[in-house]
Design a protein around this ligand. Structure first.
Ligand code: SAM
Length: 379
């Protein structure tokens, strides 16, 4: 099989809009720019094939796959990611948009009475540590929204509204920002949480409406909340193309980043905490050795290789890391272990993170670390 070189694709996304359609719904750390999967799909995919992202995060690959016209399978260990990916990549019908509009108008009509001291009384959902991270008036309004959302029968609409609520949780909490876990006094006024919810719901509704017009009903979306070291729910030789970005070791704790969102939405926290690979918790707190990182990646590569069709390609975006003060040059590690997993390394494109403002992700711009696009071919 003749493979076209990826080097002819332009991968510098500086100045490009990365927030079009549903890509901007909800904060998520270390997303790759949508143009990355888009350009790979345009060059290497054929309509109605099946594309897999085993670390689907906020669903960037899945959205682009559906717009391009291929079936999309996403896997992530984090329950918030899989819910978010589902909402961002699922088109809705006109009837569903109307139901959302009616729901939002109902909440808008409630705001006035929640603004004053004789607000309705409500028993706040019980969550450990809530008083430290949320003002009581905020917790009451979130509980009210959740109660209303849970009355909705249609799954897709309920999930959409949960994601709208989740997107404002950090803003209305005492947490300083999405990436800074310090409690500060924000003095959130009565009614503000409801107003923010309505504002986001209207914005997201119109974004999903635009996205929905582009989706061909014949393609399918499947999303699994699972650990990609074991993809036994995907048959051998069934995937045409993989486009993915595993964690960059010792850089993030995705499970922690979304902890309160998940507690409010009754999503499991422990599964992601115990099975997330490459987390800061593993390498900075539990002081695991770099070998653990290689072993986890090898398990994922063996599974990716198994599910790919023979000779087909996997595009992996991954960054170097520092573990126990040692710089891990990940393209070297992958080049060494890839053959033992049944992959050949076809090409590697690297960016010097200390020089580039934004090739893939600016937050890893530490001296000596590089980010790589590694193209593997199943042998
Ligand atoms: C770099 S992010 C992916 C971001 C994604 N490309 C996007 O644009 O949103 C890496 C993802 O890997 C997930 N992850 C970590 N360990 C995992 C595991 N064992 N199995 C599946 N997903 C995992 C994290 O939850 C996180 O969402």
């Amino acid at each position: 099989m003749m493979i076209k070189s990826v080097r002819e694709i332009e991968f510098n996304f500086k100045g490009e809009d990365t927030s079009y359609l549903t890509h901007s719904l909800h904060p998520y750390p270390a997303k790759f720019p949508p143009q990355l999967p888009k350009r790979i799909l345009e060059r290497y995919a054929v309509k109605e094939q099946t594309v897999l992202d085993p670390f689907c995060g906020s669903g960037t690959t899945l959205i682009e796959a559906r717009i391009f016209g291929v079936n999309a399978i996403g896997v992530d260990v984090n329950g918030l990611s899989t819910l978010l990916s589902k909402v961002k990549a699922t088109p809705l019908s006109q009837k569903q948009f109307n139901t959302i509009e009616i729901f939002v108008s109902k909440i808008e009509n409630e705001v006035f009475k929640w603004k004053f001291s004789n607000r309705p009384k409500i028993k706040v959902k019980e969550i450990e540590g809530l008083d430290h991270w949320f003002q009581n008036n905020v917790s009451e309004e979130i509980t009210f929204l959740l109660n209303e959302i849970n009355l909705i029968k249609n799954n897709d609409i309920r999930d959409f509204l949960k994601i709208v609520l989740s997107s404002i949780i950090v803003r209305v909490s005492n947490q300083d920002s999405d990436t800074r876990f310090a409690a500060i006094d924000k003095n959130i006024q009565n009614g503000y949480t409801l107003e923010q919810f309505c504002k986001k719901a209207n914005e997201y509704n119109s974004r999903i409406m635009e996205y929905s017009k582009l989706i061909n009903d014949k393609t399918e979306l499947q999303i699994f909340n699972a650990d990609s070291r074991n993809l036994d729910f995907i048959p051998d030789n069934s995937i045409d193309l993989i486009i993915t970005s595993p964690p960059y070791a010792n850089s993030y704790d995705y499970y922690l980043y979304h902890k309160f969102r998940k507690l409010w939405l009754d999503l499991d926290v422990k599964f992601a905490q115990n099975n997330e690979i490459g987390s800061r918790r593993e390498y900075s707190s539990l002081k695991e050795n770099p070998e653990k990182w290689n072993n986890d990646l090898i398990k994922c590569f063996i599974e990716m290789q198994r599910v790919l069709k023979p000779n087909h390609l996997a595009f992996i975006v991954i960054g170097d890391s520092v573990i126990k003060k040692e710089l891990i040059k990940i393209e070297k590690e992958i080049s060494d272990f890839a053959p033992s997993t049944g992959f050949r390394v076809n090409e590697i494109l690297s960016s010097d993170l200390s020089n580039h403002s934004k090739i893939f992700n600016p937050t890893f711009a530490q001296k000596g670390k590089k980010e790589h696009l590694i193209i593997l071919q199943k042998q």
